[in-house]
Design a protein around this ligand. Sequence first.
Ligand SMILES: [Zn+2]
Ligand SMILES: [Zn+2]
Length: 121
Amino acid sequence: MKPQDKAIARIKKYGSSEDFTIKKEVMKKLTKISKDQFMCKCCKKYFLPHFLSIDHIKGREEITKNEELKKINYLESRSGKQLLSWIKKHLENKITYKHFQVLCHNCNVAKFLYKTCPHQR
Ligand SMILES: [Zn+2]
Ligand SMILES: [Zn+2]
């Protein structure tokens, strides 16, 4: 089974074991926070961490050839907790803010499906 399929199977059975501690730490740096809710960079609304994801601004795969990211060992295969830990390690690096942002699930899916979220048109 692919790691992604395994993750989905695990969620089906037990629910997500998402680590909000590290997610909050990372999101605090990437976006604004208000009363434990974080701002989606697209619709500018505030959400609980459950409704938010870390978006690869220029695409997960598209940025694999970026030299600056290569230097800090960016890997396309990182997701979830692994991605968060890696971003956390590089929060002092400006390049991180160029390539990662906080989006709500609505905006993230709309960006994926329509290339640009309708909010940005
Ligand atoms: Zn949004
Ligand atoms: Zn949007």
